[in-house]
Every structure is written in structure tokens, then in C-alpha cells.
Design a protein around this ligand. Structure first.
Ligand SMILES: [Zn+2]
Length: 228
């Protein structure tokens, strides 16, 4: 799971997808999250800040609803939107790395209580079943409390077990991975470049979503440990 908050503890208060508010059905295009270990929001991936702004309500720009917002264009192409911030701590054009503080959670724009609307869109600026916030971040699409530290506190033995597991298979068709699971591409490519997928196996030409997710969790755990 990618970590959106300093300290790693947060709650999901509204999920991605259809929801009903005040009797009105709408499609919620991101996850609403509330920091528990702190209010500092973190870059969830490396990229470039392409917006850091607030738009007046009087304008015709519908993004006034986001209040103070920051958009990062991930190096892998996706756009990461952080809305309703009390403070923006990065500026347009700035490069960010995973874990950099980008702003402070708040209640600006169309918001009823301090939270962050976190939204991941594809490189064409669209949210879809292929590229959306729960899929990209690994944050469960379920109301509840989460703690990303669990993955960071792996023991040495667990890390070794992950490395061994990742060495067992070779994955082909990077183009396919990029298309089917763009959120998985970078961590897997990192593993591949470090030589973790040794010993070609022609049987591994198709990758199920479940296998991909397992590999991505492993890749992220290794990244958290600074191994890749
Ligand atoms: Zn929201």
C-alpha cells in the first residue's frame, strides 16, 4: 500500500465508486482519507507538480470545489490529485519523490470536515476501472482504519522470503503489463532491472491480476526497505 500520510496511519471515510449523499447518487472519483498519525500529506510516487492552486468559487472553473489542491504527474504518467488542503507546500514545476510532504490536510472548497480527496487518473486525465485511486495506491476501497507501517516493519527474514519468491518467476510482455496494470509497471521494472526475475520460463506468458498484485506488494515492500 502506498502511504499518503506522514506516520502512515489514516482512515478511509468515503470509497471510490457509486455513493449516495443526501439522497443523491453520484460517482465518487477518488478516495476520501483522514490522517490519524498526522495531517501532512505525502507524494505517493515520484513525479512533477503540474498544479498547486486554489480557484475562486466565482469563476467558471469547477475545480473550485477542490479548494487548495495539488496535482502531481507521476513519472509513469498518471495524475495524482490531492484536494481540500489547508496548505499547499509544493509549487508548479517542482519535482517530488515518494514520501515528500506536499501539503496539509484541510477543509477548503466543497468539503464538510477536514479530509483529503485523493484521486488518481490515467495519463489522459480520466479515472477508470483500469486506473483509479484504490488500484494505483493499494489502499483498500473500504471504509476503515489503515496503517502503512505494517509493510515497512517487515523482518529481515520476511524480506529475504520476498526476494526468494520474486526470483522464482520470469515475467514477459512489459507492454502488456504497462497496458493492463500501469500502476504495477514501475515497481516490477525496478525488480527486473535488479535481476530478481531470473531463469526464463515460457509458461509465464500470461499474468493474472492476482499474481500481478502479489508481485507489486512484494516490489513495494522491497522499495520501502530500500532494497530496490
Ligand atoms: Zn472525495
Amino acid at each position: 500500500m502506498l502511504n499518503p500520510y506522514k506516520g502512515g496511519e489514516f482512515e478511509v471515510t468515503s470509497v471510490y465508486g457509486n455513493r449516495t449523499i443526501g439522497g443523491i447518487n453520484e460517482f465518487h472519483t477518488g478516495l476520501d482519507i483522514v490522517g490519524r498519525s498526522g495531517k501532512e500529506l505525502l507524494a505517493i510516487c515520484p513525479g512533477e507538480v503540474i498544479s498547486s492552486t486554489i480557484v475562486p468559487k466565482s469563476s467558471n472553473d469547477i475545480t473550485w470545489q477542490w479548494g487548495n489542491y495539488v496535482i502531481i504527474k507521476a513519472d509513469t504518467g498518471q495524475r495524482i490529485i490531492y484536494a481540500h488542503l489547508s496548505k499547499r507546500l509544493v509549487s508548479k514545476g517542482q519535482r517530488v519523490n515518494t514520501g515528500d510532504v506536499i501539503g496539509i490536510e484541510g477543509n477548503t472548497g466543497y468539503s464538510f470536515g477536514s479530509h483529503c480527496h485523493l484521486e488518481v487518473r490515467n495519463s489522459s486525465n480520466k479515472t477508470s476501472n483500469e486506473v483509479n485511486t484504490p488500484k494505483f495506491t493499494g489502499i483498500p476501497n473500504k471504509i476503515g482504519k489503515y496503517n502503512v507501517k505494517v509493510e515497512k516493519d517487515l523482518t529481515k527474514e520476511e524480506v529475504q522470503a520476498l526476494i526468494n519468491a520474486s526470483k522464482e518467476r520470469v515475467w514477459h510482455y512489459w507492454d502488456e503489463i504497462k497496458k493492463e496494470a500501469p500502476w504495477a509497471y514501475e515497481p516490477l521494472m525496478n525488480l527486473y532491472q535488479k535481476g530478481y526475475f531470473k531463469g526464463a520460463d515460457p509458461g509465464d506468458l500470461k499474468i493474472s491480476q492476482t499474481k500481478m498484485e502479489t508481485l507489486v506488494v512484494m516490489a513495494r515492500a522491497l522499495q520501502d526497505k530500500g532494497i530496490i
